[in-house]
Design a protein around this ligand. Structure first.
Ligand SMILES: NC(=O)c1ccc[n+]([C@@H]2O[C@H](COP(=O)([O-])OP(=O)(O)OC[C@H]3O[C@@H](n4cnc5c(N)ncnc54)[C@H](OP(=O)(O)O)[C@@H]3O)[C@@H](O)[C@H]2O)c1
Length: 318
C-alpha cells in the first residue's frame, strides 16, 4: 500500500519533442535542461513525477525512464495513469501498464490513476488485480466527480484497498471541487487531493514577464485581460513573502492542504516549487486572493473539460 505523503509533484505533460514544445508552450526546452531539472528535484527532495502514456506525445515517460536511470532512481516515486479512450476491453489496463513499466524501467508504479471515469467498475477491477499482483502500490482516480469518487471508494473498500487520492483540475481561479463538496469529502476520508494545472498552463505566472507566442497563450490572453486585480493581489503577496507570482499560486494550493502538480521543465521552476510549498500564507492573504480570483470571472479549463472523452453507457460520448 502506498504511504506517500506528497507535498508537491512534478508534472511532465510538457516534456517532449520540439514541435510539441513549441505548439504547447511557445518554446522548446532541450532534454539536457529537463535532466538538470530532475537533478535539482532530487537535491530538493521533490521525488514524485506525474506521468501518463500520452504526455509529450508519448515521449515524457521514456525520458523519465532514461534520465531517472542515469541520475539514480532509487527513491523516485512514479505516479502513472490508465487513460481509457473508449469502453473497457479485457486486459486493456494490464497491456498499457506493461508498456509503462518498460518505459520507466521499473517493475511497479507507486500510484496508478484511472484517468477518466469511464466504465469505472470494470477498469477498477483490473487495476485491483494489478495491485494484488504487486505492480501497483496505490490507486487513485482522476477527473472524477463526487458521486464517481464515492463509487470508486466503495469498489476499493470491498477489495480491502484504500483509495489513495483524487487528481483533478484545481487552481486559484478554478475551485469548483471546493465549492461542490469533493474536497471536504476527501479530507473527511483521508484521501489525498492532487491538483493539476495549478499555474493554469502559465496563466497564473507573472504578467510582467513576456513569454513567446503559442496558440494556447493566444487563447489565455483573453482571460488574462480579466485578471488585473488578481495579478495586483498576487504581486503584493509575492512581494510580502519575497517570492515570485507563480510561487503564490503554488503556495496557495499547499496552504489549502492540496498537493500541487506543476509542469516543470527547468531547474529554476523546480527550485521555486520546492520553496513555495513551505511558504505560510495568512488567512487574510488567502481570502484576498480568492476574492480577487472570484471577481475576475476568468476561467480556462473547466472542471469537466475531459467529459467529452467519457463515452456514455450505451456507447455514445458524453
Ligand atoms: N490528470 C489529468 O487529467 C491531468 C491533466 C492535465 C495535466 N495533468 C498534470 O498536471 C501537470 C501540470 O499541468 P501543466 O504542465 O499542463 O500546466 P501548469 O503546471 O499549470 O503550467 C505550466 C506552465 O507554467 C510555467 N511554469 C511552471 N513553473 C513555473 C515557474 N516557477 N515560474 C514561471 N512559470 C512556470 C511553465 O513554463 P514553461 O513553458 O517555461 O515550461 C508552463 O508555461 C501536467 O504536467 C500533468 O502532469 C494532469
Amino acid at each position: 500500500m502506498a504511504d506517500i505523503k506528497a507535498k508537491a509533484v512534478i508534472g511532465t505533460n510538457s516534456w517532449g519533442g520540439k514541435a510539441y514544445g513549441k505548439a504547447l508552450r511557445g518554446n522548446y526546452v532541450e532534454d539536457s535542461v529537463i535532466k538538470e531539472a530532475m537533478c535539482e528535484a532530487k537535491d530538493r527532495g521533490l521525488l514524485i513525477y506525474d506521468l501518463a502514456r500520452d504526455y509529450g506525445l508519448g515521449k515524457a515517460q521514456k525520458m523519465f525512464g532514461e534520465f531517472a536511470e542515469e541520475i539514480g532512481s532509487d527513491n523516485m516515486i512514479i505516479s502513472a495513469k490508465y487513460t481509457p479512450m473508449g469502453h473497457y476491453k479485457k486486459s486493456c489496463v494490464r497491456r498499457s501498464l506493461e508498456k509503462d513499466l518498460a518505459d520507466f524501467k521499473r517493475s511497479y508504479v507507486d500510484i496508478y490513476w484511472l484517468h477518466l471515469p469511464t466504465d469505472i467498475e470494470q477498469h477498477l477491477a483490473e487495476i485491483i488485480e494489478l495491485y494484488n499482483d504487486g505492480k501497483i502500490r496505490g490507486i487513485g482516480v482522476s477527473n472524477f466527480d463526487l458521486e464517481e469518487c464515492r463509487l470508486a471508494k466503495q469498489i476499493l473498500d470491498k477489495a480491502g484497498i484504500p483509495l489513495y487520492g483524487v487528481q483533478n483540475h484545481y487552481s486559484l481561479i478554478s475551485r469548483e471541487w471546493e465549492k461542490n463538496g469533493l474536497l471536504d469529502w476527501c479530507r473527511e476520508n483521508g484521501i489525498s487531493f492532487w491538483a493539476w494545472a495549478v499555474l493554469e498552463e502559465g496563466m497564473l505566472t507573472d504578467p510582467r514577464i513576456k513569454t513567446k507566442f503559442s496558440p494556447m497563450k493566444f487563447f489565455m490572453n483573453r482571460q488574462k485581460r480579466k485578471m488585473h486585480e488578481l495579478y495586483r493581489v498576487m504581486i503584493a503577496v509575492a512581494k510580502r513573502h519575497d517570492i515570485t507570482v507563480p510561487q503564490v499560486a503554488e503556495a496557495y494550493c499547499a496552504n489549502k492542504g492540496i498537493v500541487p502538480i506543476c509542469g516543470c521543465r527547468k531547474p529554476k521552476q523546480v527550485t521555486e516549487l520546492a520553496e513555495a510549498v513551505n511558504v505560510k500564507l495568512s488567512s487574510g492573504e488567502i481570502r484576498r486572493l480568492e476574492e480577487a480570483a472570484d471577481r475576475s470571472g476568468a476561467k480556462v479549463l473547466g472542471a469537466d473539460m475531459f467529459r467529452i472523452f467519457v463515452p456514455k453507457k450505451g456507447g455514445q460520448h458524453g
